[in-house]
Write a protein that binds this ligand. Sequence first.
Ligand code: ARG
Length: 349
Amino acid sequence: MHRTPTSLITALLILLLLPIVASAVNKPQPRIIGGQSTSSSAWPSATALQIRLPSSNTERFCAGNLIAPQWILTAAHCFYDIATNQQTVYAGDVTAYPGIDDLRQLSPERGKTVVNIYIHPQFSGVNSYDFDFALLELAYPENQPVAALASSTPDPGEIATVIGWGVTAVNPATQQPIHNSLAEQLQEVDVPVIDNSQCQSAMGSGITDNMICAGYPQGGKDACNGDSGGPMLVYRNHHFIQVGIVSFGIGCAQPGRYGVYARLTSALPWIHDLVPQAQIDAATVAERKLTPPTTNGEATPTPQAPATALKGDEGGAFTPRQGGGAFGLPMLLLLGGLLVWSRKLQRVA
Ligand code: ARG
């Protein structure tokens, strides 16, 4: 048959493409749920928080953001016991690592002493997570660049960037975060801000005006356990400024659920009282030097089961962006060549 050469070429093309497609699928498997690796030079104010839980002699991991040389902004619930709804963690139990990007660098020499933990006076505990704000005072000022805070709240639809070292994978069968999957390398993910009334329909009436929700209706990209306290930022006037703090979720990256963040504008007067030198909307050097987030970021849908409530557990997962880089230039040239060749054959046939 005349068509034989063409189908031969097609088969050849498929054979050639298979390994490439397979490697593209396997390659960037979830780090931060739906995110990508980043670095401390991109986010120099990002701070890792190692928290010793005195009652159980275990550790909890949270994140924070350096907003003044001696001050870290984080989430209040990191210092609370979920069972008793009491503050159980105090300054001596916390070691801060400002400007770190890889958790393998958490050596005692790099750890900074925290002298005070301030919990927002309206924080209503881990049952509601309202006003989930805390400020940590360091013993000594840091040299790291600090982050600026936004004076206004992000609009629904605006793309926000979230960074952290939290859980990077959920168990596909149970949809539970895999707790030993904390990222080593700092992760970042872009998620759209969701209108609060839409968020209430998805997450319940516990969503207050002091919270921001973000995520894709189809899930796939989110913060997760271990990301708590980390910053949510928006890109405005060529700078990333902080608008929120990772607070809680129901599972992670599930369809029909959103990540919940403490809304920074609700805490600005309190922050200003304690840290008058905090920069508002200011151009700082503490910003990602990479490209700004895309506005049409596609979610990475992961197979999801019915939601299992996991409100406020420690640890967070980001999802890596889809890596699309499997097609190298040589491969494209080869494919192009093959197509031209197959067309020639077709014409001949
Ligand atoms: N409460 C979690 C923490 O302590 C953060 C959970 C965020 N979850 C989410 N699905 N966005 O680390």
